[in-house]
Design a protein around this ligand. Structure first.
Ligand SMILES: *[C@@H]1O[C@H](CO)[C@@H](O)[C@H](O)[C@H]1NC(C)=O
Ligand SMILES: *[C@@H]1O[C@H](CO)[C@@H](O)[C@H](O)[C@H]1NC(C)=O
Ligand SMILES: *[C@@H]1O[C@H](CO)[C@@H](O)[C@H](O)[C@H]1NC(C)=O
Ligand SMILES: *[C@@H]1O[C@H](CO)[C@@H](O)[C@H](O)[C@H]1NC(C)=O
Length: 305
């Protein structure tokens, strides 16, 4: 009797996950328009964002720009998180902004209902989040286009969800060595953050940086939502080699991994799924092949769509 009961319980649980955890998370990465579009090459995703998520146990689905809201809604209910990558798209009017807005709003609504859905913004993606949350363009110029910096942690860092699980030696290295690569000309200054009630209410500042003149926000997590942003590039340390200022030390590479591990562990709390295995297979980035572009671009490999 006991053996039979045990067998029934075991066989009703999918082998890849526990009831409280989704061990097969699928994360969307948002595409953006290429600088000079060509036939069949109108948008792209840098492969380092895909590898970043894959390295911590997620599979990736590209989120194409210029899809209908209905298509985005279907995709939203199929995936377990979304990453808005860095790049050069407009954060006030572009296919990138439009898609990011749809997913951000769906994520806020879902999380309020108790349907967990994490959102991550890197560099441009972080800047996009500041615009989506505040409704305002609050960025200022900073001299930070190609420099690795140590993080200046705040009094909120220690108790943050994001950094809580980081090893103490890595936190010490992040605070003292230039392990975070910055490639941006625009920043959210602490002054702008402190002057905007929406941002202050929504985001907790976990680290700042300075270009010598202005102090800007470099890592955030939302107080009450699984929404995260970094002005710096956690994915580059392990996966990008085209620029001399990208750090590759053991601590730098560990930073890539611990950041990815954190976000993927958030995605494991989401139970969205594709309505068929075939739909999932068709959506995965494995249907596309990255192109080696290291000779002429910032990225070693790029997926073109
Ligand atoms: C573009 O893609 C379509 C189908 O995806 C294909 O039929 C066509 O040959 C491609 N065109 C070029 C110029 O590669
Ligand atoms: C997306 O739509 C915009 C505006 O309609 C257009 O300029 C752009 O070329 C489209 N991009 C793609 C990748 O289809
Ligand atoms: C910008 O920062 C770099 C170091 O990252 C420094 O060499 C350069 O002088 C700075 N430029 C200005 C205009 O402050
Ligand atoms: C951190 O400092 C700010 C401003 O000095 C303060 O408002 C906040 O309560 C502090 N947070 C913690 C966790 O100590």
């Amino acid at each position: 009797m006991f053996v039979l009961l045990f067998y029934i319980i075991l066989s009703s649980v999918p082998c890849y996950s526990s009831p409280k955890r989704n061990d097969a998370p699928v994360i969307g990465v948002l595409a953006q328009k290429v600088y000079s579009p060509q036939p069949n090459m109108t948008s792209y995703i840098a492969a380092s964002y895909v590898k970043f998520l894959e390295s911590a146990g997620a599979r990736v689905v590209p989120v194409m720009i210029n899809q209908t809201v209905e298509e985005y809604k279907t995709l939203f209910s199929s995936i377990n998180g979304i990453l808005f990558p860095g790049g050069g798209a407009s954060i006030i009017s572009s296919g990138y902004e439009r898609a990011a807005r749809v997913f951000y709003e769906l994520a806020i609504e879902a999380n309020l209902r108790g349907d967990f859905f994490p959102v991550w913004g890197t560099c441009l993606g972080f800047e996009q989040l500041t615009y989506l949350t505040s409704g305002k363009l609050l960025l200022s110029y900073s001299n930070t286009s190609g420099v690795a910096l140590p993080l200046i942690f705040t009094n909120e860092t220690k108790e943050s969800r994001l950094f809580k699980g980081f090893p103490a030696d890595l936190m010490a290295a992040l605070a003292s060595e230039p392990l975070t690569e910055n490639s941006h000309r625009w920043s959210l200054t602490m002054e702008s953050y402190n002057g905007n009630e929406e941002l202050k209410k929504f985001y907790k500042v976990l680290s700042t940086n300075t270009d010598g003149k202005v102090e800007f926000v470099s890592t955030v997590e939302a107080y009450n939502f699984p929404v995260y942003g970094t002005q710096w590039h956690p994915e580059k340390n392990a996966f990008e080699w085209t620029r001399p200022y990208i750090p590759h030390s053991p601590s730098a590479v560990k930073t890539t991994f611990y950041m990815a591990e954190f976000f993927v562990s958030e995605a494991r709390k989401s139970f969205h799924r594709f309505d068929s295995e075939e739909r999932e297979q068709k959506a995965l980035i494995y249907n596309y092949s990255p192109v080696y572009t290291g000779i002429k671009s910032d990225f070693e490999q790029i997926y073109y769509f």
